[in-house]
Write a protein of this length. Structure first.
Length: 342
């Protein structure tokens, strides 16, 4: 059963840099924002894929990493108290009789607002699934691609598959509460933080974790209940007793349910006008890499520009009876009070 709807002014789908800057621009105009993101943290691609990658083309910032940019954007929009709904994907869109939009998510969250902004980059990050026939029968019961609640795995016989930060982090975090823990990776070389790898190897040496080099070739069990995992390597096959498999094979991008929302799409991009970056559906906007128009450049700074213009039109939709007065943060005492710098 879905939760009671939460009313706000603007629903932003995507908490990457452009979505975060949209919160700032909206906040200057008194627009309240809720954000939905499929990841477990804000920052989009910058935080998930390129946190340490240097960025050189942010105006007035000669150099910063992806994570530094995200941290500064979060700090910048903090005065406007955005509400983040992470670990969930925007699913259904409904146009209400009063003209507002209702968005529901995969976590049974329901939001309602006069404005919806799609700032989802190239789409939602979704996990790469276990490439084995019949694996889907175990998904959600014994096979998981994310950890939502640690307590769900207390006392379980866990196998973690993968060699990146997510795999190592959950091996280390779940090991103390698991009945048993095994890590499976195709090679004895890991892409995770060196400290995490060192901690994992210490636990292996102490016998607290089993490390098996190879690839999962079969799942044993029935009716969605896992009993064992078979790992194949050049040396042969190894069977691991398990009732839980956590697979962390990385993420891929998909447009997801947004593709079925009736918006004008061109090669998985959403066509918008260049006055306000509104879609063919009134009150629904698209900014950042997911939108397309003549002359579009897929740059973060372009997304910032799109967010600023979008909010001017969004204000008129959110507050049709109010007059929009354009002001500068350098000279407006009212805006400086909102930012807490007056």
């Amino acid at each position: 059963m879905s939760a009671a709807p939460i009313a706000t002014d603007m629903i932003i789908i995507g908490a990457g840099p452009v979505g975060l800057f949209a919160v700032f621009e909206a906040g200057l105009l008194g627009i309240r924002c809720h954000l939905i993101d499929n990841l477990d943290k804000v920052g989009g691609q910058c935080a998930e894929l390129y946190p340490d990658k240097p960025i050189y083309d942010i105006p007035a910032v000669p150099r910063c990493t992806g994570q530094e940019l995200v941290d500064r954007l979060v700090e910048q929009c903090a005065p406007f108290e955005p509400v983040f709904h992470l670990n969930q994907q925007a699913q259904a869109l409904t146009h209400l009789p009063d003209g507002r939009w209702r968005v529901s998510t995969t976590a049974d969250l329901v939001l309602e607002a006069p404005v919806v902004v799609i700032a989802a980059g190239a789409g939602s990050f979704v996990p790469k699934r276990l490439p084995l026939p019949g694996a889907e029968a175990y998904e959600g019961r014994s096979l998981f691609y994310a950890v939502r609640r640690m307590e769900q795995f207390r006392g379980r016989r866990i196998v973690v598959a993968g060699g990146g930060d997510s795999a190592l982090d959950w091996v280390l975090n779940l090991q103390p509460i698991a009945a048993s823990m095994a890590l499976v990776h195709r090679r004895d070389d890991f892409r995770a933080a060196p400290d995490s790898v060192a901690k994992m190897r210490r636990l292996v040496a102490e016998g607290a974790i089993s490390l098996v080099i190879g690839q999962i070739s079969a799942l044993e069990g029935a009716d969605g209940r896992l009993e064992g995992v078979v790992v194949r390597s050049p040396q042969g096959e190894t069977r691991l007793a398990a009732d839980t498999l956590l697979a962390f094979y990385g993420l891929k991008m998909e447009l997801g349910p947004i593709a079925d929302w009736g918006l004008n799409l061109h090669e998985n991009l959403i066509a918008v006008d260049t006055e306000a970056f509104e879609t063919n559906a009134p009150g629904i906007f698209a900014i950042g890499d997911i939108c397309t128009y003549p002359g579009k450049l897929k740059l973060i700074l372009s997304g910032f520009h799109e967010a600023a213009l979008m909010c001017q039109k969004a204000f008129k939709i959110c507050f049709p009876d109010q007059k929009l007065i354009f002001r500068y943060t350098t000279s407006s005492t009212d805006l400086q009070k909102k930012l807490g710098v007056a």
